[in-house]
Write a protein that binds this ligand. Structure first.
Ligand SMILES: [Zn+2]
Length: 198
């Protein structure tokens, strides 16, 4: 989860349930949140309803992502426990209920909006999932969700994943971006785009 705060406004990318974030939002007297979702998978959306109960929230994502948010199979929450127990054995003991949430603003293809004077360019980047997007902020930061990670090759084998679309649409777009953008990935370490293997 990434949280940016300016004035009494906050921008949250892929929120999870995090008491620490709530303390910061409280401290900074935040009145309203804009939530951006890089894609529909449970581990990137689990804090949406939790934040909505506490603050007025806009939830922005691609139309394809929005269609999956309301389906616990497509957002993977229905299978999340089995997947995590498989990967992390005893370390994982949480019980995830099937989970759904809703978007308020959606787009197809690409869209740009300003938040507190910052320019956010959002673009559909299919491959990892149907609803995946990347977000460029002020031509400086690049939020990639699971579309680009430093340590792992992009996963396209989950339901809705599509290697061909990744190769044809997403990979050339990523390769055309400035290597000086700072990547904020959905998992693991960030860094300059030129240090990532696309
Ligand atoms: Zn994912």
């Amino acid at each position: 989860m990434y949280l940016l705060i300016e004035g009494n406004q906050a921008l949250a990318v892929d929120p999870c349930v995090a008491e620490r974030a709530l303390a910061v939002l409280d401290d900074m007297r935040v009145k309203q949140l804009t939530i951006l979702l890089t894609h529909e998978h449970y581990d990137h959306i689990s804090g949406v309803n939790w934040l909505k109960q506490r603050y007025p929230c806009r939830v922005v994502c691609s139309a394809a992502c929005a269609a999956c948010l309301t389906d616990d199979r497509k957002n993977m929450s229905r299978y999340y426990d089995a997947l995590m127990i498989g990967r992390h054995q005893q370390k994982y003991s949480q019980k995830t209920q099937p989970y759904t949430c809703e978007a308020t603003d959606t787009f197809e293809g690409h869209d740009t909006f300003t938040w507190q004077g910052h320019i956010l360019e959002m673009r559909e980047t299919p491959g990892h999932s149907p609803g995946s997007i990347c977000i460029v902020m002020d031509r400086k930061l690049l939020f990639t969700g699971d579309t680009l990670l430093k340590e792992d090759r992009i996963i396209t084998k989950l339901p809705g994943g599509n290697r061909r679309k990744y190769e044809e649409i997403t990979k050339p777009w990523l390769a055309g971006l400035s290597g000086e953008l700072y990547v904020c990935p959905g998992h693991g370490e960030g860094g300059l785009l030129k240090k990532f293997e696309i």
